[in-house]
Ligand binder design. Structure first.
Ligand code: HEM
Length: 127
């Protein structure tokens, strides 16, 4: 399998009808030969020339046949630079939330322990 990768900038260089690339699900497709055959017309393909067309492609609800055609047009994978990767920070958020909820749990136990000792002392003093 070809492991060729392209950056967003490289894909952007292929925006003409005769040299047309687009990105769908982080894969790069060269669709120049298919533009005239596209049942949805050439205009919609030109609209996403050289950019990420995942949403446009999926919104239409393309058939399995369309996906097979797509597979034959593959030229490589998209190389995401660290700046346009999906945020990694979101992955660490639940962990932070979890640990703070654990802290809250410990605080509640500590509160009841102190309250129980306080109640016992008060009982011994005033009973
Ligand atoms: C290389 C990528 C694409 C391939 C291989 C492809 C292929 C096809 C095929 C085979 C059909 C016929 C219906 C079906 O089988 O689902 C179709 C219809 C259609 N496509 Fe695409 N398509 C591509 C990209 C796009 C994009 C980016 C758009 C943007 C909006 C689009 C819009 C449409 C529309 C609107 C139809 C419906 C046409 C109609 O029923 O009148 N397609 N496409």
């Amino acid at each position: 399998m070809s492991e060729t990768t392209f950056t967003l900038e490289q894909v952007k260089e292929h925006q003409s009808k005769k040299d047309l690339w687009m990105i769908i699900h982080d894969k790069v497709y060269s669709i120049s030969g298919f533009v005239d055959e596209h049942p949805g017309g050439e205009e919609v393909l030109m609209d996403v020339a050289g950019v990420d067309a995942t949403e446009a492609f999926e919104d239409v609800g393309h058939s399995d046949e369309a996906r097979e055609i797509l597979a034959g047009l593959l030229v490589g994978n998209l190389k995401r630079s660290p700046s346009n990767k999906k945020p990694v920070a979101s992955a660490s958020k639940p962990a932070t939330a979890q640990s703070s909820s654990t802290d809250a749990g410990v605080a509640i136990y500590a509160f009841f322990a102190v309250a129980a000792v306080g109640a016992l002392v008060a009982y011994k003093l005033y009973a």
